[in-house]
Design a protein around this ligand. Structure first.
Ligand code: SIN
Length: 488
């Protein structure tokens, strides 16, 4: 039995939150003739349009943020925290509609979209609580006489560039941290899913975030991304997206020496040892892999299972994956919605074709369905090399075999990426040993779900740098200011 409200009711709630505009310093700028069209991945219908802002309009948002920065930075931490808490309350009050909006523009099932809204809101609440705890340090000078007072001050106006796979959570993880620290934000949401960000910003302004401190700018990456990264007034960029785009943005930020947080691509390994609990390993694989239909940077991209447990694992995994319900995001029993677009579908097809050509065997799924829906797929064997270097970003689990712990670690680390990794073992010593040896920022041990506000989220190697959420997530928005007090 589902307690999900009827689809028509939810869709109407989601559509009511669509604003066909950009938000610049409190003014809604409507979409003109030359606008970005936003389509539903579920049925291709047009949801609405957002404007392609000019360079001058993006500059207005930046100038407003810079102008508002000193007063926002001086606002007491407690007051900023109270505003964030009010924002979180408003998000909670609107969570059904926000979830519907996510389902409409992103295609994830409504229940999963509701989980995302709550996940997104957990960052707002997390940083609401932190805003009055941004204390500095008193340090004794080496001369034994002076006192150094190190304050933690906000870095300045922040640009946030966010992806389509989590249209709410990737925004709040950045914006709530920035507001907590005392930084204004100019946000560029993904062009495929701009409406959730606009709806969140409207609620933030209603909660009391000053209008100049939160603009949402839409348009071409060249114009909008170019102005944000090139501006001297923007003092930090926080980006979530692909490694290739991250590199370009980093190069664009170099002349103005901005702070950067880069949450980039991954190719997460998932290791299953002979001593793992089979049910825990299979459930963890399915939960991690099929979250957002496999379209997350942290979902397992390649599974390595030890020879002794391989047959049992493959049999149980195949049964579970074959039973997953693919369908309309608003149908109550849907577990997997459509992929974001046709490009996403052809990538999954390409990975399956290349793995089959290398000797892999499709155990379930393997085919595109109607539109951008794709069958959840398990494939065993073939060459893992492809999956060490390319993220599938779709509902495909490729499974390979290993014999020894050393081999497992070596394959896990055979990638330029290092965002997330997972391992399943009931031997605590092994779990700690392997967990420490894997080159990645986040490791799930006996769990496929590692994303929450308390976890320092971020990668190593070509998966980027900086941490989001957790007690570390504020650090990139603050800088030390040291006063030396000479005592006599
Ligand atoms: C991502 O896919 O970039 C982030 C996913 C998450 O926060 O779990």
């Amino acid at each position: 039995m589902s307690d999900q409200p009827p689809a028509d009711h939810l869709k109407a709630q989601g559509r009511a939150l669509v604003r066909e505009a950009a938000l610049v310093a409190g003014k809604w700028i409507p979409a003109g003739d030359d606008a970005i069209k936003v389509h539903s991945p579920a049925d291709g219908s047009l949801l609405g349009r957002v404007p392609k802002l000019s360079a001058a309009q993006v500059d207005q948002a930046i100038d407003a943020a810079a102008g508002a920065f000193p007063a926002w930075a001086r606002t007491k931490g407690k007051a900023r925290g109270d505003i964030l808490a009010r924002w979180a309350d408003l998000v909670t009050q609107n969570e059904d509609g926000l979830a519907a909006l996510i389902s409409l523009e992103n295609g994830k099932p409504w229940k999963e979209a509701l989980d995302e809204v709550r996940y997104a809101n957990s960052f707002i609440r997390w940083f609401a609580g932190m805003a009055e705890r941004l204390d500095g340090k008193a340090i004794e000078s080496p001369n034994g006489e002076d006192l150094i007072l190190a304050f933690r001050e906000p870095v300045g106006p922040v640009a946030a560039i966010t992806p389509w796979n989590f249209p709410a959570a990737m925004i709040t993880r950045k914006a709530a941290a920035a507001f907590c620290a005392g930084c204004p934000v100019v946000l560029k949401p993904a062009s495929a899913t701009p409406f959730t960000g606009l709806a969140l910003a409207a609620l933030a302004l209603e909660a009391g975030i000053p209008a100049e401190c939160f603009s949402v700018v839409s348009g071409g990456q060249d114009v909008v991304g170019g102005r944000l990264t090139g501006s001297e007034l923007i003092r930090k960029l926080s980006f979530t997206g692909s490694t290739s785009v991250g590199r370009k943005l980093a190069a664009q930020c170099a002349p103005t020496l901005k702070r950067m947080s880069m949450e980039l691509g991954g190719a997460a390994p998932l290791l299953v040892f002979d001593d793992a609990d089979l049910e825990v390993a299979v459930s963890g694989t399915v939960a991690g892999k099929f979250r957002a239909g496999g379209q997350t940077c942290v979902c397992p991209n390649r599974v390595y299972v030890q020879a002794g447990i391989k047959d049992a694992y493959l049999e149980a995994l195949t049964m579970r994956v074959a039973a997953l319900k693919v369908g309309d995001p608003f149908a109550p029993d849907t577990e997997i919605g459509p992929l974001i677009d046709e490009k996403g579908v052809t990538k999954v097809e390409d990975h399956i074709a290349r793995t089959v050509a290398a000797g892999g065997k499709v155990l379930t799924g393997g085919q595109r369905m109607t539109g951008s829906y794709f069958q959840p797929t398990v494939i065993a064997g073939g060459d893992d090399e492809l999956f060490c270097h390319e993220e599938t970003f779709g509902p495909l689990v490729p499974v390979f075999t290993f014999d020894t712990e050393e081999q497992a670690i070596s394959r896990a680390n055979a990638s330029e990426f290092g965002l997330a990794a997972f391992l399943f073992s009931d031997d605590l010593n092994r779990a700690m040993r392997v967990g420490r040896a894997i080159e990645s920022g986040i490791v799930g041990i006996n769990s496929g779900l590692i994303s929450n506000a308390a976890n320092p989220f971020g990668g190593v190697k070509q998966s980027g740098f900086g941490r989001e959420g957790s007690t570390y997530g504020i650090d990139d928005y603050l800088q030390a200011k040291a006063l030396t007090l000479a005592l006599r």
